[in-house]
Write a protein of this length. Structure first.
Length: 392
């Protein structure tokens, strides 16, 4: 199925075509992430190759919708050797030089109008990899990447306003992680406190006028917030971090992490933002602006800090679109362990706001059975609705 003989040639040419002709915002970082993702999937399985590249190379929802068509045009129809398909590519761009899909000014590359490289005589369609092995060296495709590398720079965390703080307090107060083992004095309780009742009767001449009670207080949970900072999340990752800062303003018993193809702890920065300081996150490297490896990152987090973070009073909040490019089996094992070692798992998915969305992606299909609450938080109002619907 591959037009060129070598794996780097196919991947580089495909990324270049997406960038120049379909308006995808790709650069060297995306190419490196795609190459890393394809090292864990069999290249002979077309479906796995497509599913691995889609979340890495798609930056917006429109990119995701257009990816499959671009994948088929590149790998199945030889767009560099078909005059018909080159004509279709020209029709995708308006005469004024504006992309039909994005509606933004783009440069129409002269490479599209170049005469096609002639197919060797006797070659059958589709061309085999041996027949096109030197296509890149002969000048059929010339790669010119821009320095753009997705959302490589982490955002700035602003302090949450009063509405966010109020909604976060409602969420923290609602999520109760069970009863404490200790019995404490209470106006109304399950146990009669004889000792305190007799001591109180000294003020009334020995008459026990006011009975005293003891009760087990309800414990507030610990929060572990894990934010997907990959390119497919886009600005929604910043919204999830803002939600984390609001929760940090209501309780300090939390830990916050961000991940892309690696995981990174950012609890200190989130607590500073909750305290009213405008914080610029430090460079997060592979934990922000790259591909999506949910299973591998959760596995690493569990190995490094699972015993310290998780417990019967822990509520795990995962903010991700569920577009997994890694090993689905690894994700299933990680979600199973999270479910066993925590009180609840709340999954915040921004795609729920899309009309007609169904959690049919591989990552969401695997994670859904372990999730107690599936929602999305985009403002203080939706966080307040989560406080009313979330369950432990």
């Amino acid at each position: 199925m591959f037009p060129f003989s070598t794996f780097p040639s196919n991947l580089a040419a495909f990324c270049d075509r997406l960038r120049r002709e379909d308006g995808f915002r790709l650069g060297p970082r995306e190419l490196a992430d795609a190459a890393r993702a394809l090292t864990i999937v069999p290249l002979a399985d077309v479906r796995l190759v497509r599913d691995a590249l889609r979340p890495i190379l798609s930056h917006t929802h429109a990119d995701t919708l257009a990816f499959d068509d671009a994948f088929d045009r590149f790998f199945y129809r030889q767009p560099f050797d078909s005059e018909v398909l080159r004509q279709q590519d020209r029709e995708r761009v308006h005469p004024a030089g504006r992309s039909a899909r994005h509606g933004a000014d783009v440069e129409v590359s002269p490479e599209l109008d170049r005469a096609p490289k002639k197919r060797p005589e006797g070659a059958e369609a589709p061309l085999s990899s041996q027949e096109t092995g030197d296509a890149l060296d002969s000048g059929a495709v010339r790669l010119r990447y821009s320095p753009f590398a997705g959302e490589a720079h982490p955002p700035v965390l602003d302090p949450p306003d009063n509405e966010w703080r109020t909604a976060a307090r409602a969420l923290v107060n609602r999520l109760e992680a069970g009863l404490s083992r200790r019995w404490r004095p209470s106006p109304r309780g399950q146990r009669f406190d004889l000792r305190r009742t007799l001591r109180g009767s000294l003020h009334t001449g020995g008459e026990p006028v006011l009975p005293r009670w003891r009760a087990r207080v309800r414990r507030r949970p610990r929060f572990v917030i894990i934010v997907d900072g990959s390119r497919s999340m886009g600005d929604q990752a910043t919204t999830a971090l803002r939600c984390a800062a609001a929760i940090a303003s209501a309780t300090t018993n939390l830990e916050v992490f961000t991940f892309s193809t690696a995981v990174r702890r950012i609890t200190k920065e989130v607590l500073l933002a909750a305290a009213g300081v405008r914080v610029r996150l430090p460079p997060l490297h592979y934990a922000w602006g790259g591909g999506t490896s949910i299973g591998a990152c959760l596995r690493d987090l569990l190995r490094q800090s699972g015993d310290r973070l998780l417990g019967w009073n822990t509520v795990v909040i995962i903010a991700s679109d569920g577009l997994e490019a890694g090993d689905p089996v690894m994700l299933g094992h990680a979600m199973s362990r999270l479910s066993r070692a925590s009180a609840a798992i709340i999954w915040l998915n921004p795609l729920l706001e899309t009309s007609g969305y169904q959690p049919s992606a591989v990552g969401m299909r695997i994670a859904r059975p372990f999730v107690t609450t599936l929602a999305w938080v985009e403002d203080a109002g939706s966080l307040m609705r989560l406080a009313r619907t979330a369950r432990v």
